[in-house]
Design a protein around this ligand. Sequence first.
Ligand code: IMP
Ligand code: MG
Length: 186
Amino acid sequence: MINKDIGKILISEGELDAIVTRLAAEIDRDYAGDDKRLVLLCILKGSIVFMGDLMKKLTVPLEIDCMRVSSYGAGTSSSGNVNIIMDIMRSDLRDCDLLIVEDIIDSGRTLSYLTKYLFNKGAKSVKTCTLLDKPSRRVVEFTPDYSGIEIPDEFVVGYGLDYDEKYRALPFVGVLKPEVYSGEHE
Ligand code: IMP
Ligand code: MG
């Protein structure tokens, strides 16, 4: 057994690789050209594995930065607030074409807040790339510029995503057995 807490594998390692390859090709195509200065912004900690794989597949010149926000408490349901725990490290965003790299869009609050925040901070452009999207959970309307795959309303872990800081290192995206979080996912 891969992990006793995982009910099923939703997206295998091979499928993840194909998704990331496709996203990298789309981004490469859109950010080619001397007028672009691509800065990948990793939203810690959930996007760390996705961002690492994505940047290795990109061929356009790029820089990286990171930021840490929280909209979740310790469990599986959103608190509704977005808090900046660690701001983007660079202060001058004037020439930067920011691409926010996120693990998953759920309510839409995080990316809708961050897009406005970074634009107000002076970025030349702000786009979003998510690996996973749960459209059925939207509270705030939000459509990412690049999207890996839509998934049903199930709490998933692995490939960077956690439950209570666990399971981030699993190489696949799996569904957690409901008894592990005792049904607190709303
Ligand atoms: P949003 O602001 O509700 O769109 O939430 C986005 C954040 O919620 C993500 O960056 C994740 O940290 C977290 N999240 C949402 N759904 C899941 C899930 O199924 N597994 C793990 N984390 C999740
Ligand atoms: Mg999380």
